[in-house]
Ligand binder design. Structure first.
Ligand SMILES: Cc1cc2nc3c(=O)[nH]c(=O)nc-3n(C[C@H](O)[C@H](O)[C@H](O)COP(=O)(O)O)c2cc1C
Length: 190
């Protein structure tokens, strides 16, 4: 199965996750960057005006891949806008995809919102959606202190804590593709 990971990361947490997943899957990796250097405040402006910021990335042929895994932070309950720019522009070439994020967490409804947002943009539902919550890594006395989530820098050691969720995500993202390709071969055999 040929897999591509496409990721956007502003403060590098999701980059650490993308690199770890790439190591585990031994697949290709595509980094999306803001065309104009982002300042923290621009996140609020993008959200306020529902802007799709300009992005840059190396050329890629998405249709060469059986599975695409998207990775990006969540900002105000939504997928980070630079990834949304990519999804909107490339949606015709994306069929089987999954999404995983290292986000602040703490809101049980967020998973549904992310799934709906992806389905709306791509006109197809994701094979898997997984949130890894920084909230779960914090000590009790840090959980309510402002900035403890947004300033958190993820380490490879932290990712070990999420290994079970990451493995579950990988197998969910494979299942429907294996199912789809076995259905195809059954219909070819008839
Ligand atoms: C302005 C802003 C808003 C955020 N809103 C959310 C949110 O609604 N839900 C959530 O789970 N995390 C939220 N976060 C936390 C980020 O998703 C988290 O810090 C993430 O790991 C950052 O990823 P990055 O380092 O790859 O950029 C927010 C962070 C920022 C800076």
């Amino acid at each position: 199965m040929k897999t591509l990971i496409v990721y956007y990361s502003f403060t590098h947490n999701n980059e650490v996750l993308a690199q770890e997943l790439q190591k585990q899957l031994e697949c290709d990796l595509l980094k999306i960057e803001d065309l104009k250097k982002r300042k923290g405040f621009s996140i609020f402006l993008d959200l306020l005006f529902n802007r799709k910021p300009a992005i840059k990335f190396d050329p890629v042929t998405l249709t060469d891949y059986d599975r695409v895994i998207f990775i990006a932070p969540i900002w105000a309950g939504k997928i980070a806008m630079p990834l949304k720019t990519f999804l909107t522009n490339e949606r015709a070439k994306i069929t089987h995809y999954s999404f995983i994020t290292l986000c602040g967490g703490g809101n049980k409804n967020q998973h549904n919102k992310i799934t709906q947002e992806l389905t709306f943009i791509l006109h197809a539902s994701p094979d898997a959606v997984t949130e890894l919550w920084i909230h779960d890594l914090l000590k009790e006395n840090q959980k309510n202190s402002p900035g403890s989530v947004t300033n958190y820098k993820i380490t490879n050691g932290d990712l070990l804590m999420f290994q079970h969720s990451i493995h579950k995500f990988i197998s969910q993202s494979e299942t429907s593709i294996i199912h789809a390709s076995s259905e195809k071969s059954v219909s070819w055999n008839h």
